[in-house]
Design a protein around this ligand. Structure first.
Ligand SMILES: NC(=O)c1ccc[n+]([C@@H]2O[C@H](COP(=O)([O-])OP(=O)(O)OC[C@H]3O[C@@H](n4cnc5c(N)ncnc54)[C@H](OP(=O)(O)O)[C@@H]3O)[C@@H](O)[C@H]2O)c1
Length: 374
């Protein structure tokens, strides 16, 4: 497939300058050293996409830009120094871009320019435009090939029978996998996931179960908790009451708890679950802090010190985590469909971006997600 000359001269992209974004005709990007052009087939939509792009949740961004998220696509053209990826190959497009010369400088493609001058350099020029477009230019190391026959093939032929949209869920699962790997969650351990009823929260439950843990899923929404308990093995639930002591006592009924994974949204900055979950841990227990609280939060420092509790912050994941995750899905230990969440409720064209954002937000409580299929 496609040498550079076969790329169309123009393509459609969803461009944000001043909200709302607009579908625009743009010159199709060309591959250069260290990059490839991907025909985007299914791009993820965050449940809080509208909050971010409308400025309600003010993520810093270089504008104008083609917005986007992680995606699944086919390589359409490769740069001259590409050694293994081939045109036509089905790939996961990882939106977490780290600087090649200093990986601590990172951006979320099409979503967040990072917090430093170094990270802003990445989004300012080369990697400004993302995946809500027919074609996207991507760093080679962000592209992870799939064994297409295995993932998309029919079960009768030894395949897993997934759709392209199913594969895009791997990027959602990668976020909690980053934190769970970072605290070295082990099979046989017990972990609290809170809040467990959101898009990444639900993915964290699925991931921890696939890693062999017993999960205590915590959240406010009773119906969503019941769905999660029914859809995942080794998963029990605790409803958050807003009363720290009551919730702590409920958690203590489970006996030894090894770890707590927090994936709070900004709205949960004052939630008491952070304290009840930390206090419920065994001595030497681990906390993975992956939430997006934007205010400082109080933590029970005395208990953390006396019980040698380990607090780990984690932004996203490592590149190795993505490879491990694809391997887990390929052998079938991690299921991308069925269970309590991740079901694609709607596929939307670029022009239907608003419906996609609304569908993703509405689907949060029922474990459904939306994808953009440009
Ligand atoms: N560290 C990283 O690399 C990383 C990566 C991605 C995302 N994040 C962060 O993770 C956050 C959560 O992602 P998500 O996709 O799960 O979000 P989401 O789909 O919007 O779900 C939000 C979750 O938070 C709960 N919640 C909302 N307000 C709450 C409150 N006041 N108290 C307690 N729970 C509350 C919701 O439960 P209800 O149903 O009860 O409202 C739901 O479970 C994001 O907002 C982002 O900041 C971090």
């Amino acid at each position: 497939m496609a040498s550079t000359s076969e790329l169309p001269a123009w393509h459609k992209a969803l461009v944000l300058d001043i909200y709302p974004p607009k579908v625009d005709k743009q010159p199709t990007p060309k591959p250069g050293p260290g990059s490839a052009i991907v025909r985007i087939l299914a791009a993820n939509v965050l449940s809080y996409a509208k909050e971010v792009f409308s400025g309600q949740r003010p993520y810093p961004l270089q504008k104008p830009l083609t917005i986007g998220s992680s995606a699944v696509g086919r390589i359409a053209a490769i740069g001259p120094d590409t050694t293994s990826l081939k045109p036509g190959q089905l790939v996961l497009v990882d939106s977490f871009i780290q600087a090649r010369d200093e990986p601590s400088a990172s951006i979320l493609s099409g979503l967040h320019e990072g917090m430093t001058e170094a990270s802003r350099t990445l989004m300012r020029g080369e990697w400004r435009n993302s995946t809500y477009a027919e074609y996207a230019k991507c760093p080679l190391e962000q592209l992870h090939p799939f064994n297409e026959q295995r993932f998309l093939g029919s079960p009768a032929d030894g395949g897993l029978g997934y759709t392209l949209e199913d594969l895009s869920y791997i990027s959602t699962l990668a976020v909690p996998f980053g934190g769970l790997s970072d605290i070295r969650l082990k099979a046989g351990q017990t972990i609290i996931v809170a809040p467990a009823t959101g898009n990444f929260g639900g993915a964290a439950v699925r991931m921890a179960v696939a890693m062999g843990a017993r999960v205590i899923a915590m959240g406010r929404n009773k119906n969503a908790l019941q769905r999660i308990a029914a859809g995942n093995e080794r998963t029990e639930v605790v409803q958050m009451t807003g009363d720290m002591q009551t919730d702590l006592e409920e958690l203590q009924k489970f006996g030894k708890i090894d770890a707590f994974f927090d994936i709070s949204p900004p709205q949960a900055s004052r939630s008491t679950h952070l304290k009840s979950c930390i206090l419920a841990l065994r001595p030497g227990g681990y906390v993975s802090l992956m939430g997006g609280q934007q205010e400082d939060v109080a933590i029970p420092i005395g208990a953390i010190m006396h019980r040698s509790i380990k607090l780990h912050g984690m932004f996203m994941y490592t590149r190795d985590d993505i490879k491990t995750l694809i391997g887990m899905a390929e052998i079938g230990v991690l299921k991308l469909t069925g269970g309590s969440g991740g079901r694609v409720s709607g596929k939307f064209k670029l022009e239907e971006w608003e419906k996609a954002f609304d569908s993703a937000a509405e689907g949060q409580a029922s474990g459904e997600r939306a994808v953009i299929t440009p």
